[in-house]
Design a protein around this ligand. Structure first.
Ligand code: DX5
Ligand code: ZN
Length: 212
């Protein structure tokens, strides 16, 4: 299992050092919220650019924003390696996937809990990753909606049956109580915010999950 700590739960005044405490992770998950697509505001382009200067780790940018096409080039330029937009935020996923590739990043699409798994099927062959939200996006520390793991299974089956290598990421409510079910559903990359940053030894916790 790959692990992507979400900096949403870190101390933003000390980001550089907080990143060092999760350096054994496979990528850093950056939650971008605009107060419109989701009812919360978090970080934006200048913060991603600063984080890019502070680390060589893979930056996985989760855009929970309206009009993602307006901002994708700027996030790519700021140094995002993987860019995830929400299927619910556009009526032309194909165009956004092409734009992300054109900008030199890896494309990924996310679906909220009420969006069916089939919504991503048409794009699987072009996508590096699918992000299945396991909570309603907007806030860390929520309880996982278990039914979302059924969508992971459905997407995994589709990926396998078509012989693709698309990676599945799950995000929201992943902790000791839900980790095993998450692994068993076929998730390749687990995003953990509050569960990781609550640990006294975060790297050791991450390494434990990587062995699952
Ligand atoms: C929620 C964000 C998540 C969040 C996860 O909208 O996309 O990445 O930080 O936090 P936890 O792991 O606490 O649910
Ligand atoms: Zn996220």
């Amino acid at each position: 299992m790959l692990v992507a700590p979400s900096l949403l739960s870190c101390d933003f005044a000390d980001i550089k050092n907080e990143i060092k405490t999760v350096s054994s992770a496979d990528m850093i998950h950056l939650d971008v919220m605009d107060g419109h697509f989701v009812p919360n505001i978090s970080i934006g382009i200048p913060v991603v650019a600063s984080i890019r200067k502070a680390t060589d780790m893979v930056l996985d940018c989760h855009l929970m924003i309206s009009d993602p096409e307006k901002y994708i080039p700027q996030f790519a330029k700021a140094g995002a390696d993987i860019i995830t937009f929400h299927a619910e935020a556009t009526d032309d996923c194909d165009k956004l996937i092409d734009l992300i590739i054109e900008c030199g990043a890896k494309p990924s699409v996310s679906i909220k809990p009420n969006t069916p798994a089939e919504a991503v099927f048409p794009y699987l062959d072009k996508l590096y990753m699918v992000l299945v939200m396991t909570v309603e996006p907007g806030f860390g520390g929520q309880k996982m909606i278990d039914a979302c793991l059924d969508k992971v299974r459905a997407i995994k089956n589709e990926i396998k049956s078509r012989g693709l290598e698309t990676v599945i990421q799950a995000d929201g409510g992943i902790n000791d109580a839900t980790l095993l079910a998450t692994v068993e559903s076929g998730v390749d990359v687990a995003v953990l915010g509050s569960a990781v940053f609550a640990q006294s030894d975060r790297n050791a916790y991450i390494e434990k999950i990587q062995k699952m």
